[in-house]
Write a protein that binds this ligand. Structure first.
Ligand code: SF4
Ligand code: SF4
Ligand code: SF4
Length: 649
């Protein structure tokens, strides 16, 4: 049995595939390629989805259980590791493929289920209670009455151009990547096109930067290519600090070679011989797998000097940052790579003229680059068939929050948010109502239920004051307090502001303070205090506009988005917090009022003993009461009463 994550390199065979000489291979070599590809299976292959999400769900224990099962029964099977299919709520996922039969995926495979599943499969039975679905194939016999994975609601609307390998191939194996068509686009680019032609191809495809406002990628590249310089640099920004964003991490963990290939093509197109991939050092598994991919690509001659006799030289370096949010700004990112403090500087000069070490530099977000191999492989015209006229291609989202099926989703641009939430995500759990969505992290914006028919493209979202941003979609149900959420985002922005300019440094702090004030119990109950709070809201809006208009970089310019978009979408909730001192979601504890139901109260005295202000009075074995004037709304009594006698309103 092969060990976990082991990869056997078949160097000369893979070189033949890369050279495009597959037609010259003998039968033995062709069979070996079919084996690596999974087109021919001579022993059972068990593949475990092994990534940060599945480890949290218990993949280590599942792996041990699978290994023990095979060892105890002396079963000759290959145990393989794959990335995630994206359906995080179903992790750990386990695929089983028997010789001649279609590959089947099982969901939530916890250790105690392993022997049930494998006993059944080795007896040619698919246990329906555990199965997610089978994978369509012309090469192997399908299982009867088992759904196909790509027809499940989570996958049906998706179009996987960027995620096509995630959950399918071993992220540690360059061989698997190559036999599935990997590095073909890169070799096509350096053999068949000049750098200028690759830029034109990307320009013709209409690809727009996925990280922000959607600037045309090909145009940015051409400016850099044509800027006179000794050297040029490419920087791939693979950092993601937004709450709810995990797409870049999962792609790097599941298919790191696709990023190496994309960076290599972009570097060639802009004439860069050195490229950096910038990511958080906290992304330990992504760093490790990406470094392994870079090392393998170098060993196979895909990086380094005179790559495949093209005359092109390229070195890719990982740069691990400390996860500073402001390094999402390209000038701050450049400063960080130069070893300076990650602080933005005014533009112009733009990095395309003076970037890293004062040389022309392209900074692209990771998802933008991942589109490039697809464009090179299929051409601009075919690429444009997906998506909308002005926003071609697909968009990857990480969908989380109050949603039935959370995970990584890739949809054609133009699909509605309703389809993402209800069709792909399965809607809000427990029949709760949907309050809205937070799109694109703290710098993105909030949308209500009424916006669900909005199509996902740059223009439509811009009209609503939103950007695609990080691609994080956080779903809120009716029990989410919008003010509490904005307060959390504002706290994050306050902490992450680099402090260089006053409107952002002080403005984010003040906005956070005002939100704190609104969500707290008022110290006085008179009308002047209400007026003071009301003024806070007026100030909040005004302040938000000042911060938006006068900040130096995108962090400050977009820091007002959560406030402005939620005041516009959820104004009533703001007013309830201010005038009625009420949090309808029951989240702002200090605004809640607590009562004791005398019919339920046993007089056990626990609440009175725990109340920090002595607000609860009563004798043992008799109903207790809360003196409202003394109560600070800490909810300790509510949480400690075992008889459900305390009511929160
Ligand atoms: S806007 Fe904020 S993050 Fe940007 S430079 Fe100014 S202080 Fe720093
Ligand atoms: S903890 Fe509950 S049951 Fe006990 S005295 Fe308090 S309200 Fe009554
Ligand atoms: S909410 Fe806190 S302060 Fe108020 S009665 Fe309960 S324990 Fe006491």
């Amino acid at each position: 049995m092969a060990s976990f994550e082991e990869n056997t390199s078949q160097y000369s065979l893979i070189q033949t595939v890369l050279e495009g000489n597959a037609g010259d291979m003998d039968e033995k070599e062709r069979e070996a390629v079919d084996h690596i590809k999974g087109d021919k299976v001579t022993q059972p292959v068990i593949s475990l989805s092994y990534n940060t999400a599945s480890i949290v769900a218990g993949a280590d224990e599942t792996f041990n259980a699978i290994r023990d099962y095979l060892e105890e029964r002396d079963i000759d099977a290959r145990l393989n590791v794959i990335g995630s299919l994206g359906l995080i709520t179903a992790e750990p996922l386990m695929d089983v493929q028997l010789p001649g039969k279609a590959r089947v995926t099982f969901s939530n495979v916890f250790p105690e289920k392993v022997s049930d599943i494998l006993d059944a499969v080795f007896n040619n039975i698919i246990p329906k209670e555990y199965v997610l679905g089978q994978h369509p194939t012309d090469l192997h016999e399908p299982w009867e009455n088992i759904a196909y994975v790509n027809e499940l609601p989570f996958f049906q609307t998706q179009k996987r151009l960027i995620l096509k390998n995630c959950g399918r191939i071993n992220p540690g194996s360059i061989d698997e990547y190559v036999v599935h068509g990997g590095y073909r686009s890169f070799l096509m680019a350096i053999r068949n096109y000049t750098p200028e032609e690759v830029c034109t191809l990307v320009e013709d495809s209409g690809l727009r930067g996925r990280g922000g406002e959607g600037y045309p990628t090909g145009k940015k590249w051409k400016t850099t290519l044509n800027a006179p310089a000794e050297k040029r640099f490419l920087i791939c920004n693979a950092g993601e600090s937004d709450p709810g964003a995990f797409m870049e991490r999962m792609i790097m963990e599941g298919d790191p070679h696709s990023l190496v290939e994309a960076v290599a093509i972009a570097s060639y197109a802009i004439g860069a011989q050195k490229a950096y991939i910038y990511l958080e050092s906290e992304y330990e598994m992504a760093c490790r797998r990406l470094q392994n991919a870079i090392d393998q690509a170098r060993d196979y001659g895909l990086l380094g000097h005179d790559i495949f006799s093209s005359g092109f030289n390229l070195n890719i370096q990982l740069h691990q940052g400390a996860g500073a949010y402001v390094c999402g700004e390209e000038t701050a990112l450049i400063a960080s790579i130069e070893g300076k403090r990650g602080m933005p500087r005014p533009k112009p000069p733009y990095p395309s003229h003076r970037g890293l070490h004062n040389q022309p530099t392209v900074v692209n977000n990771m998802e933008t680059l991942l589109n490039v191999p697809v464009i090179v492989r299929y051409g601009a015209a075919r690429y444009k068939q997906t998506g909308t006229d002005k926003s071609p291609g697909t968009k990857v989202f990480s969908v989380s929050g109050k949603i039935e099926r959370s995970g990584l989703v890739e949809i054609p641009m133009g699909v509605s948010l309703r389809e993402v939430v209800y069709k792909i995500g399965g809607g809000v759990p427990d029949n709760k109502g949907l309050k809205g969505l937070l799109l694109g992290g703290p710098a993105g914006g909030a949308l209500t239920y009424d916006h669900l028919n909005t199509r996902i493209d740059y223009e439509e979202l811009k009209q609503l004051g939103c950007t695609l941003g990080s691609g994080a979609v956080v779903v809120m149900d009716e029990h989410t307090c919008i003010l509490d959420t904005v307060k959390y985002y504002m706290h994050l922005l306050e902490e992450e502001s680099c402090g260089k300019c006053i409107p952002c440094r002080e403005g984010t702090r003040r906005m956070h303070e005002i939100l704190e004030n609104i969500t707290k119990r008022p110290e006085e109950e008179n009308g002047s205090f209400t007026l003071h709070r009301f003024k806070g809201v007026i100030n909040l809006e005004r302040l938000a506009h000042v911060v938006q208009d006068t900040s130096l970089c995108g962090l400050g310019q977009r820091a007002a988005n959560p406030v402005l978009s939620t005041i516009s979408a959820f104004r009533q909730e703001y007013e309830e917090h201010i005038f009625e001192r009420k949090c309808r979601a029951g989240v702002c504890q200090e605004l809640s009022t607590f009562y004791i139901d005398v019919d339920q109260c046993t007089g056990c005295t626990i609440c009175a003993q725990k109340c920090p202000t002595g607000a609860i009075v009563g004798s043992a074995k008799k109903p207790h009461f809360i003196v409202q004037e003394r109560c600070i709304g800490c909810a300790i009594c509510y949480e400690s009463c075992k008889f459900g006698a305390i009511i929160r309103k």
